[in-house]
Design a protein around this ligand. Sequence first.
Ligand code: THU
Length: 132
Amino acid sequence: MMMPSDVTRLVGVAREAAPRAYSPYSEFRVGAVAITPDGDEVTGVNVENAAYPSSTCAEATAIATAVAAGARKIDTVVVACIDAVDISGAYPCGRCRQIMAEFDVDSVVVTAGDGSEVRTHTFDELLPYRFG
Ligand code: THU
């Protein structure tokens, strides 16, 4: 279980990554951190493409990078949608939730805009009755 001070720090790490997003089409910058059971903190950003469906979300990038480094489980994913005006527009998409399911994510932290509102969810809350 993460301490509140860890959550605050990790939200900072995700927010710091977000401006590195490659999102010239949506202009919606997202940063994510995948935290492994070893305590590694792997960042990702959304990487868009002129062929829009070829784009990748920040969460998927972070998880794929962590897996490439050897992780087979991800404890927590922290997502910062710094261009989302409201936290309701800052939640992971369905595809990313399915990717999280594959690596047995326990909890997801979401934040929008200036980061003043931070919500922590169990993964079960975000994707109940999942396929696996
Ligand atoms: N996006 C993410 O990277 N993560 C989310 O949680 C929501 C959406 C990206 C996909 C696309 O590049 C842009 O944000 C707008 O949808």
